[in-house]
Design a binder for this molecule. Sequence first.
Ligand code: HEM
Length: 497
Amino acid sequence: MDLDGIHILTLFSVLVFSVAAIWFRSWKSQLELRNIPGKLGWPLIGETIAFVSDFSSPSGIYSFIKKRQRSYGRVFKTSVLGRFTIFMTGREASRFLLSGKDGVVSLNLSYAGKQVLGPSSLLTTAGEEHRQLRRLIGEPLSVESLKKNVEFINHWAINALEEWQSRRRVLVLEEASAFTLKVITNMIMSLAPTGEEQEKFRANFKLISATFASLPFKIPGTAFHRGIQARNRMYEMLDRMIAKRRSGEEVQDDFLQSLLRKHSGDDEDLEKLSDAQLKDNILTLLVAGHDTTTAALTWFIKFLGDNPDVLQNLRVIELTSSPSSILPKQIAKKKTVRYNFQEEHLQIQNARRSSSSSSDHVTWSEVNSMAYTNKVISETLRKATILPWFSRKAAEDFTIDVNLDVVSMHHDPSVFPDPEKFDPSRFDMPLKPYSFLGFGHGPRMCPGMHLAKLEICIFMHHFLCRYKWKSLDEDESLNPTLVRMPKNKYPIAVEQL
Ligand code: HEM
């Protein structure tokens, strides 16, 4: 046999072996799933067509799930985007999947997500490595570290709102996105909130965000390829920043500096991060924290616009020395909250004005007295369910994904009566564990929760005290993205009070 013949035979054998291996894994998985109700659809394609078409429908992925739950119940199997998938819902499923038995069940990031965020991202690690990273990353996001950002957040909230009133039409989603990016980039790496660097960063970040809903083909012209290139540009910028900080040419009081300080410590026992870990996790925080907070702020304003009674409560509420929902439970004072419909935000403002303070900025302790606002945040996260499902892997050698369907949990009438109603008083009483997952639960619970709440409370205080608004479009459709957002970006007209 000549050399070409050997090549062809080798290629053919590899092909046959690969197809056989894929077929065997698929057969094994199908066998393991045989007792779970549901359909796996067509070979290879599965139910992908129905999934993609429902994903882009006005009510989003919920309609795909709802139809199957009606036929098969709370646990069903399907096959979408080339993967066998089990959808589960309910408190028991939530406890099983989120309680932290990593290894049996671990976070399942899409292939595109893994490629973009890198191998040392918090979202791609599991077990001890994950716990260690979380400790390091969680510290600068702790309540104590957040206090130093209050002034900055106040300043840029007021600044953004002053621009809103000069426009005939404001797209809340776009504006919330610019505001939250300024806050997070300043907090992480002291990036100037305006100017060329911020604009470049924003453009790159938009391209990176788009990769999560794209097909992972590194072919020039595709969204994935553009996203990877943008990620490389962002990493080059971070490399330059890290070099300046290391040489002492620049020193800042931010997240990056605090991680670098750990990184360069002499202490052998000190946990240290490599440059790759630093960059992957800075990008992870940006990706995990930006779209989510942007969507939450937008839904918050939209739900208030749709529910004038709640808006009235928010403007008209008693200020008690209430337990804080921003501070962790152990710091917060335990006391029952009662409202008599006096003004939460205007009271805070009036109290500030009658004190010696000449500033219009919300203080840290004022933020911690916004008990009702915190219930509106929870109700916003319940009704909108910004992250519709949490994805987990069944086990290392399985090809099966397990998705916790959070939308159904947040709309279960036995837990949240009249679920379509926007009613923050649902959160007057504590809920059973694992029934409300606005910020998740267990070892993967959101480490940016306090930052997100801080941004929303400060922004909303200035908005509610100074402006009124009306919606310019009633379309209720959702954007076909992983983070649920209003498709019309919630256009409004703003007026001063
Ligand atoms: C209102 C805004 C936010 C919402 C609704 C939200 C929601 C969530 C949820 C539900 C999870 C758990 C997902 C799962 O278990 O699969 C999560 C995880 C995470 N969040 Fe947030 N988040 C928000 C803001 C932020 C911010 C501001 C940051 C950082 C600056 C952040 C960083 C993260 C990270 C890094 C994780 C992964 C944690 C891990 O795997 O250990 N989030 N978030």
